[in-house]
Design a protein around this ligand. Structure first.
Ligand code: 13P
Ligand code: SF4
Length: 305
């Protein structure tokens, strides 16, 4: 049986031989991060991938992330590490229902969180990430803004943009919303010297208890740069592990043991090995109209961001 180290060495050799760049979202396991060319949040990875010299990119994450890579790198071959890995939130709203909303409210802006399918982005005005949502919504010319799909991030944006009328639908991340306010309070009570760093996909009553709320990248940056020594991590539990490796002199605790995204964990090191061997991964192919319209939604984010 091959050790993890031996498999990683083989992956590093094969990705070079086959001119493949590996992108790993921060919710992937540490053994996958160790063989990646780039790690980070969903948007940062897609933007950076476009500048890489490799012609093929393997996205270790979920489907909407691989689609975003393809939208920003149309001439590259983009592979998704595990075909079944989808983000349930990205698929919560149908393109038809949002197109219908637009017909009924032509003067409203429709804002899509980056965690949406490329198909859904085709009927939205602008995309946002969890770190750019507040600043982009505040810059929109429209007063009425439909924010989809995450009603928790939407509520966070609404509170920060009192001049806007932010309209929400019933959507959200099943992993982050499963954490109760009582669990957050119990984590704080168990670690009274720790700061609670929370993703705004959590329920408002959880995020309200945080010392800092932000995207995965914001949370990691804050923890690295802070003078404080203890942190409760209010997002997917891989972040606890990665930060503990990076900052051995600090202590990181999960806000909840349940903060595990099973879709993000569908990719294994063996999947990565198969993909760089040319025997795995699903190539992302999007229809030309989807490429053009969904890209326009992302380009608007870059203009306003
Ligand atoms: P980021 O955009 O912060 O990487 O978040 C992705 C995600 O799926 C959060 O649950
Ligand atoms: Fe989707 Fe939630 Fe998993 Fe992020 S943590 S990929 S939003 S299901």
């Amino acid at each position: 049986m091959q050790t993890v180290y031996a498999l990683q060495q083989e992956i590093l050799r094969l990705k070079k031989e086959h001119d493949i760049a590996i992108l790993a979202h921060s919710y992937q396991t540490h053994d996958i991060l160790e063989v990646a060319d780039l790690t980070g949040d969903s948007f940062a990875l897609s933007a950076a991938a476009a500048k890489l010299p490799q012609k093929t990119v393997l996205m270790c994450g979920v489907r909407f992330m691989a689609e975003t890579v393809k939208l920003l790198s149309p001439d590259k071959t983009v592979l998704l590490s595990a075909s079944q890995a989808g983000c349930p939130m990205a698929e919560q709203m149908s393109k038809e229902s949002i197109a219908q909303y637009r017909r009924e409210h032509p003067d409203h802006a429709v804002v899509a969180y980056i965690n949406t399918t490329a198909e859904l982005k085709t009927v939205c005005d602008v995309c946002v990430t969890s770190s750019s949502a507040v600043s982009i919504v505040s810059k929109l010319p429209q007063k009425d803004v439909l924010f989809i799909p995450d009603c928790n991030l939407g509520a966070f944006v609404a509170a920060a943009c009192p001049d806007k009328n932010v309209i929400l639908m019933k959507g959200g991340c099943p992993v982050h919303t499963a954490v109760t306010p009582e669990e957050a309070a119990a984590a704080k009570a168990a670690h009274p010297d720790a700061l609670l760093l929370c993703h705004p996909e959590c329920l408002p009553a959880v995020t309200a208890q945080a010392d800092m709320a932000g995207s995965t990248a914001d949370i990691m940056r804050f923890a690295r740069e802070s003078d404080r020594k203890e942190f409760i991590i209010g997002t997917e539990n891989s972040i606890v592990e990665h930060l503990q490796y990076e900052c051995p002199d600090k202590r990181f605790y999960p806000m909840s043991k349940g903060l595990i995204c099973t879709d993000m964990k569908l990719t294994t090191l063996s999947d990565v090995y198969r993909a760089v061997s040319g025997d795995g991964g699903e190539e992302i192919v999007l229809p030309p109209e989807t490429m053009q319209k969904a890209r326009a939604c992302i380009d608007r984010m870059l203009e306003l961001g």
